[in-house]
Design a protein around this ligand. Structure first.
Ligand SMILES: [Zn+2]
Length: 97
């Protein structure tokens, strides 16, 4: 080991190949990922843990925004369904199918 790696991830394998050999779930290269995290990476797909976390945050935030948009639409759909129901009832009352 050289002095370059002084980190909490110090005990992890230094490359994906080494992680696969050691059957380790994570590895740590000490290099920045494409989004600028210096984090351990998942051996299974090479994704940096920082990216995994921020994607998760983005997902739950997006879900909240979507839910906020969805709620009034659901109400609107219920109103329109009621209108369709009432109009159909009127048409049937006039004998039109
Ligand atoms: Zn990252």
């Amino acid at each position: 080991m050289n002095d370059y790696f002084h980190d909490q991830n110090d005990s992890l394998p230094r490359s994906r190949a080494a992680a696969l050999q050691n059957d380790s779930r994570y590895y740590y290269t000490g290099k920045l990922c494409k989004r600028g995290h210096r984090d351990a990476r998942l051996t299974s797909n090479g994704t940096c843990l920082g990216c995994t976390k921020s994607e998760f945050r983005l997902d739950s935030k997006t879900a909240m925004v979507l839910q906020r948009h969805l709620e009034p639409l659901r109400t609107r759909i219920a109103q329109l369904e009621l209108q369709v129901y009432n109009l159909n009832k009127k048409l049937h009352a006039c004998g039109i199918r």
